[in-house]
Structure formats: C-alpha cells, structure tokens
Design a protein around this ligand. Structure first.
Ligand code: ZN
Length: 255
C-alpha cells in the first residue's frame, strides 16, 4: 500500500502572519500525532519508506512518514518530546550552513528570525533515533542554480552532517521543492539514496525514490483537513474546495 509522507516546518506558535502557514503549534502537532494513532497508521522511518517502495519490505495498509524541513531548533525543543511520547520515527532535513545560527534564508518572505539547531542539538536528535537528512548548505532554489554550485551544495552539506554525526547521511530534501532532472541526477551522484520533493500525492511501490511525494501540513489545517491529508496526501485545499467536498459528500449520502 502507498505511503503518505507529511511535511512540517516550524513546531511553535507563529510570531507573525507571514509565518503562520508554516507553523503548527505543539498542541496541534500532538493532535496530529493522536489522529495518526487513532486512525491506525504505522509510522515509518525514511529508510523503511525507501525499502517499501523498492519492494524490499511489504508496506503496511496504512503507512505514514513524518518529516521536518530546515532544521529549526523547535524540532529539538518542541517536536522531539512529542515524537518520543508516541514513539514515532521522523526525519529532519538540516540546512547545514545555518547550524548554530538563524534562518536568514526566509527573510525575503517576511518570516521572523528563528534559532536553528546547534551541533549538539543535531547530535541529540540523531541520538534519539531521529533521522537527520540534508537540505543543502544555503537553502538555494537548486532548479535555478548552476550545476557546479548544485553539486557543491549537495556534497558539502552531506559531508558537514556526516562530520557532525559520525555516520552516513543518505537522505535529502529539495529546498523550496525546487528540482529538475539534472539536479535529481546530481543527488544520486552525491551518494544519496532518496530525496523528498514537495509534490503532493502518495508514494506507491516503484515510485522514483529521488522524487518522493509529500503532503504539506499547514498552520491553518483543521483536524479534519489533517485527516484528509493523511488519507489522500493532498496539499492545497482552499476553503471553497472544502465546501465543495462537504456538499458532494452530503449529496452522495442523500442520493
Ligand atoms: Zn526548506
């Protein structure tokens, strides 16, 4: 059965309106985890997702994976304790050039400065069983970046994390979901075994492991929207489509 991969960014209360879409409060995040449990989903590590789509293991009927982009310190401060409560595996994709610093790469979008994971926090996450992947050195739009820089971003971030953790770092996520075929090939060339995109949809057996699908969980998602994303791995559901969905479901019941 296909796997839904969820994408989170910040697990904290938003500090301004621009950031709100990317923030899930710790309470909302805990409720998401409760819904996963109540709906009977198995939470898989990134490595098991890759084994599943490669046909090496049988994927459970209801399977989901949890990922966090950017490596904001709240992954350690706020998300980790909740993941541990539920004993759920997860992946955190770290922008290595910002380890121990701040998220300047989102300044242009009007987001507030947030503290990024330190070296020690990154190690502590890995020590707690969280999979640490690369999200490049500088959070660039790789699809619009020249080849030599793409290669350097992929190689240098991998090596930086491997130096911090003392272990292989085989997983990657494209910043801004920006990729093209040469970028995908460079990810393979750099030695990664799988990469997450931001294309929505479920991950079926046989899907390209370097363009994995993810469903973005937004700050505005209601509990039932989360449930729909878990089930259908959709992304954008503006209010009008929610209303249409409800109407169509109601009509179905009556017909
Ligand atoms: Zn990112």
């Amino acid at each position: 059965m296909p796997v839904t991969m969820l994408m989170y960014h910040v697990i904290a209360t938003p500090e301004n309106a621009a950031e709100a879409r990317f923030c899930r409060t710790p309470d909302e995040f805990r409720k998401d985890m409760e819904q996963i449990r109540q709906a009977g989903y198995h939470v898989l590590s990134f490595a098991r997702v890759l084994d599943g789509i490669a046909g090496k293991i049988k994927l459970p009927d209801k399977a989901v994976a949890i990922t966090f982009d950017d490596g904001v310190a709240c992954a350690y401060e706020n998300a980790l304790p909740i993941l541990q409560e539920f004993d759920y595996p997860a992946s955190v994709f770290v922008v290595t050039g910002r380890v121990g610093g701040y998220n300047e790469f989102t300044d242009a979008f009007g987001f507030p400065r947030r503290r990024m994971l330190t070296v020690n926090e990154t190690r502590a996450l890995a020590g707690s069983g969280v999979d640490i992947g690369s999200h490049t050195v500088n959070h660039l739009w790789l699809g619009k970046t020249k080849d030599s820089v793409v290669i350097k971003e992929l190689q240098d971030s991998k090596k930086a994390l491997e130096d911090i953790l003392g272990q292989e770092v085989p997983h990657f996520a494209y910043p801004f979901g920006s990729w093209n075929l040469p970028v995908r090939d460079a990810v393979i060339e750099a030695g990664y075994t799988g990469a997450c995109s931001t294309i929505s949809g479920r991950n079926h057996k046989g899907i390209d492991p370097y363009i994995l699908r993810r469903s973005e969980i937004k700050g505005s998602d209601s509990p039932w929207q989360f449930r729909l994303k878990l089930k259908f791995a959709t992304n954008d559901m503006p209010p009008i489509s929610d209303a249409r969905y409800l109407v169509s479901q109601t009509l179905k019941k009556w017909s």
